[in-house]
Design a protein around this ligand. Structure first.
Ligand code: MG
Length: 484
C-alpha cells in the first residue's frame, strides 16, 4: 500500500476512533437515564413488605419491587455507615479508600479528593447532581458533597445520633463529646439541633423540587435518609399512623417519601427515563429493641458480618428496561452500582482501580453469569471477617458485638450487647440462611478454597486480624481545619 494511502487510512481510522470515543462519553441528553438512589439508614432486610415485613407499612416500596427488580442476596460493603456510603459512591471496597466504620464529628479526615464519586462520574455527561440527606464522608467544609461533584446539598454531615442527647429521649446516654448536630444547606449550617421529625419531609420536598427544576436534563438524585437510624423521629403526618409503633411509623414515612419521588417522576413524564434504586446502608440496629428494625430470617444485626448486618433490601426500577417482577438471587454488592451506572451512561471509569462490576446483565438477562464469580469480601473496619463464594460463607475468627442473649433496649435507649469470640465458621446459605450449622470441620476443602482467595485479598487490601497491610490500599485525606 502506498504511503499516502496508508496515511489517509490511518487518518480516517483516527477520526473514527475520536468520534466513537467522544460519542461514547458525550451522549445526547435525551438518551441518558436519570439516576435516583434512595438510601435508608439502618433499615433491615425484614423491614419491607416485599421482604417479608408488613405490606401495609410499605405500599410504595412494594409497588416499586413489583414494577422492577428485587435482589434477594444484595450486600452492603461494610455493616456500618461511612464505609457503606463510600462504597456506594466510588465502586470500591471501603478499605481500599481507608474509609471504614463511621466517621465521628471529632475526626479530621474524609474521603480523598483523589477518588471519583458517582456525582463526578456523571459530571462527564453534564448531569445535574444533588444529595438530600446524610453524607458521612467528611464533615469539614472541604469534604462536603459540593466538593465531590454534587451541585446541591441539604442534610446532616454525619449520623443523627452524633449529638448531645435530645431532651425528649429519657434514658439515652448524653453524647456531650459532640457539638450540636448541624443541618447544612450547600456549605452553610442553617440549623443546629434541627427538629429531626421534619428531616424525612425536608429531604423529600427538596428532592421533588429538584426533579421539577431539572426535568429537561439528565440528573443524579441521591436521597440518603437519616432515618430509621436512632434517634428515630417521625412527622405528625405519620405519628401513630401504622398502629405498629414508632419504628413502623418511621418506615411508613420513608415509604411515603419514595411515593412522592416516584409521583414527581410520573408528573414530569420521566419514569421511563429513570433508573430508581432503593437500598439500605447496613442491617438493623437491633440492640435498640423496639427502635431498631428487623433482619427477618437473618442472623445478628448492624456492625456484624453475619447476614443480618450486611444483607440489605435492594430494589431497582427502570420501566421498559428492567422487566417488572424480576427477582435476582445472584449475589451482588453495593460497589456494583458505580460501574453499572458508568456503563449505562457511557462514562469513563476512574483510572485508579475499582472493585465493583457491571451488574446490568443480572438485572436484564435471566441467565446472566455473576460478574464477580460470586466472591465477596466482608470487612469490618480493617478486619477481613468473612467472605462468600456462591452459597458458601466463611467467617474468620474475630470478636463480635452480638445481640444474641443480649438485653435489648427500649424506646430509644440502647440495650447491652454481648461481646463474644467466634472461630472459623462455614455456612451453606442455600439451605441455612440463618447461619446456624457450622460446617467448617466437615467441609475442609471448601474452607481451603475460600482461605486461598482470602489470602489473595489480604495481599491487596490487608487484614488487621493478621497484621497485614494491603498493597492496594489508598489513603483518606487529612484536613486539620475547623468544623463548618
Ligand atoms: Mg447505617
Amino acid at each position: 500500500m502506498p504511503n499516502c494511502v496508508r496515511r489517509a487510512c490511518a487518518a480516517v481510522l483516527g477520526l473514527l476512533f475520536v468520534n466513537l470515543t467522544v460519542s461514547s462519553w458525550a451522549a445526547e441528553p435525551e438518551s441518558l437515564p436519570n439516576i435516583v438512589i434512595i438510601y435508608a439508614d439502618d433499615l433491615g432486610y425484614g423491614d419491607l413488605g416485599c421482604y417479608g415485613g408488613q405490606p401495609s407499612v410499605t405500599p410504595h416500596l412494594d409497588q416499586l419491587a413489583k414494577q422492577g427488580a428485587r435482589f434477594t442476596d444484595f450486600y452492603a460493603a461494610q455493616p456500618v455507615c461511612s464505609a457503606s456510603r463510600a462504597a456506594l459512591l466510588t465502586g470500591c471496597y471501603p478499605n481500599r479508600l481507608s474509609i471504614v466504620g463511621a466517621l465521628s464529628p471529632r475526626q479530621n479526615y474524609g474521603l480523598s479528593h483523589r477518588e471519583m464519586t458517582l456525582a463526578q462520574l456523571l459530571k462527564q455527561q453534564n448531569y445535574a447532581t444533588a444529595i438530600y440527606g446524610k453524607w458521612h464522608l467528611g464533615h469539614h467544609v472541604n469534604f462536603l458533597p459540593t466538593t465531590f461533584g454534587f451541585d446541591d446539598y441539604l442534610g446532616l454531615p454525619y449520623s443523627n445520633d452524633m449529638s448531645p442527647a435530645p431532651e425528649d429521649s429519657p434514658g439515652v446516654p448524653p453524647k456531650t463529646q459532640f457539638p450540636p448536630l448541624p443541618l447544612i444547606d450547600g456549605t452553610k449550617v442553617v440549623a443546629t439541633t434541627p427538629d429531626q421529625s421534619q428531616l424525612t419531609t425536608q429531604y423529600t420536598e427538596r428532592a421533588v423540587k429538584f426533579i421539577a427544576e431539572h426535568r429537561e436534563r439528565p440528573f443524579l438524585l441521591y436521597v440518603p435518609h437519616s432515618m430509621p437510624h436512632v434517634p428515630i423521629r417521625v412527622s405528625d403526618k405519620f405519628r401513630n399512623k401504622t398502629g405498629q409503633g414508632l419504628y413502623a411509623d418511621v418506615i411508613a414515612e420513608i415509604d411515603w417519601s419514595v411515593g412522592q419521588i416516584l409521583a414527581a417522576l410520573d408528573q414530569h413524564q420521566l419514569a421511563e427515563r429513570t433508573l430508581v434504586i432503593f437500598s439500605s446502608d447496613n442491617g438493623p440496629w437491633k440492640i435498640y429493641g423496639n427502635h431498631g428494625g428487623s433482619a427477618g430470617p437473618l442472623r445478628e444485626s448492624k456492625g456484624t458480618v453475619y447476614e443480618g448486618g450486611i444483607r440489605v433490601p435492594c430494589l431497582a426500577r427502570w420501566p421498559g428496561r428492567i422487566a417488572a417482577g424480576t427477582v435476582i438471587h445472584e449475589p451482588a454488592i453495593m460497589i456494583d452500582w458505580f460501574p453499572t451506572i458508568a456503563g449505562l451512561t457511557g462514562t469513563k471509569l476512574p483510572e485508579q482501580p475499582i472493585d465493583g462490576h457491571d451488574i446490568w446483565p443480572l438485572l436484564t438477562q435471566p441467565a446472566a453469569k455473576n460478574p464477580h464469580d460470586a466472591f465477596f469480601f466482608y470487612y469490618r473496619d480493617g478486619e477481613l471477617q468473612a467472605m462468600r463464594l456462591g452459597s458458601w460463607k466463611l467467617l474468620f475468627p474475630h470478636d463480635v458485638g452480638s445481640v444474641e442473649g443480649a438485653e435489648l433496649g427500649r424506646d430509644g435507649a440502647p440495650g447491652k450487647g454481648v461481646r463474644r469470640k467466634i472461630g472459623l465458621e462455614l455456612y451453606d446459605l442455600s439451605n441455612d440462611l440463618g447461619e446456624q450449622h457450622n460446617l467448617a470441620e466437615s467441609r475442609p476443602e471448601i474452607v481451603a478454597t475460600l482461605q486461598s482467595r482470602a489470602d489473595q485479598m489480604r495481599e491487596d487490601l490487608g487484614d488487621r486480624l493478621q497484621g497485614k497491610t494491603g498493597k492496594g490500599v489508598r489513603t483518606h485525606e487529612e484536613f486539620p481545619a475547623a468544623s463548618p
